[in-house]
Design a binder for this molecule. Structure first.
Ligand SMILES: NC(=O)c1ccc[n+]([C@@H]2O[C@H](COP(=O)([O-])OP(=O)(O)OC[C@H]3O[C@@H](n4cnc5c(N)ncnc54)[C@H](O)[C@@H]3O)[C@@H](O)[C@H]2O)c1
Length: 305
């Protein structure tokens, strides 16, 4: 298949692009390199260093004629979306719309969209949060992800464009960005390796659903052939606390100090993790990598780079 991966020089997108290439697909990438890195890009991919909002977008679609659009490019920083919601909406809503318009014009069959199960449900009443949980985003970043999902179902109804929305938990692993939704892991690894103070905001008992990036890649591969019209959680069904992350990484990296607690961050969710039953029915996907093994592999990446 011909697949266009936006954000393919970034953390998750680069792993997805790599697996698609290994499976024999023809991959092109659009990335403005704002956080993406050239070293993340597989040399077999054709890289267009440009913004998804660029007027040249049409030329890339005309040249590459993608059958599938895998959309990972985004403004990913939840706090930045609060400080500058207009920028967030420009990239995450208007940028996505430009991609959908080009997809319809150039005959793309399916869009796979990196949504966020951590940001669209707000503070869920029932845990683990299933896909039927009310959409109640508490930051502009989550509002844009909800809008993206609704544009997809709307474009399906209007133009027959297929889609799968993958509602990611907190994704971690090699190449991860400290500003992303699982940024705490990258930040802890960096601080421990430099023997600096590790800060925990609040009690450290906040729960999140941490998913290893290799598992996320597998979901993106399955979504090429399955899950049309579905919006599914990509989670493990379990919450892990910041204190647990600290304890595991401390052991793995041989860090000798205790964490230092700071006042809680304003507006931070207390507990959210995702039900993983529907995605098993729809894609046949289940997370395979447990938190200990995933953190060992992530810590090894930060140690060896
Ligand atoms: N990491 C997580 O825990 C997580 C959770 C939920 C959803 N997501 C979503 O997954 C996707 C990938 O996130 P990531 O963690 O790999 O982040 P990342 O920052 O590593 O990847 C995003 C990529 O998009 C590129 N980009 C940003 N703005 C662009 C623009 N205007 N035009 C072209 N390229 C642009 C960046 O250079 C980067 O390479 C995002 O859509 C994010 O919202 C991530």
């Amino acid at each position: 298949m011909r697949i266009l991966v936006t954000g393919g020089a970034g953390f998750i997108g680069s792993h997805v692009a790599e697996d698609y290439i290994e499976a024999g697909h023809e991959v092109s990438i659009i990335d403005n390199m704002s956080s993406g890195k050239e070293e993340n890009v597989n040399p077999k991919a054709r890289l267009y260093k440009m913004d998804i909002r660029s007027p040249e977008l049409d030329l890339v679609f005309a040249k590459e004629k993608p059958e599938v659009l895998n959309h990972h490019a985004a403004q990913i920083d939840v706090r930045k979306s609060v400080d500058d919601p207009i920028f967030d909406a420009n990239v995450n809503i208007v940028g996505m719309l430009g991609l959908l318009q080009a997809s319809v014009k150039h005959g793309v069959e399916k869009v796979i969209f990196a949504s966020s199960g951590g940001a669209i449900y707000g503070e869920p009443q029932l845990l683990p949060a299933g896909e039927q949980t009310a959409l109640d985003p508490l930051a502009p970043y989550g509002v844009a992800k909800v809008a993206g999902e609704f544009y997809l179902s709307c474009y399906h109804a209007l133009h027959g464009l297929n889609y799968t929305a993958l509602r990611y938990g907190n994704i971690y692993g090699p190449r991860q960005d400290p500003h992303g939704e699982a940024g705490v892991i990258a930040i802890f690894c960096e601080s421990m390796l430099r023997d600096r103070e590790v800060k925990i905001f609040g009690t450290g008992e906040q729960l999140r659903d941490y998913v290893y990036v290799g598992d996320v890649v597998a979901a993106n591969v399955l979504a090429l052939d399955k899950g049309d019209g579905a919006r599914v959680n990509i989670g493990t069904g379990k919450g892990t606390s910041v204190n647990e992350l600290f304890t595991i990484l401390k052991e793995v990296l041989g860090y000798g100090k205790d964490a230092v607690n700071y006042p809680p961050r304003h507006g931070e969710l207390e507990k959210t993790y995702l039900d993983d039953a529907l995605v098993f029915d729809v894609l046949g996907w289940k997370a395979q990598v447990g938190i200990e093994r995933g953190l060992e592999q992530t810590a090894a990446f930060f140690r060896d780079r």
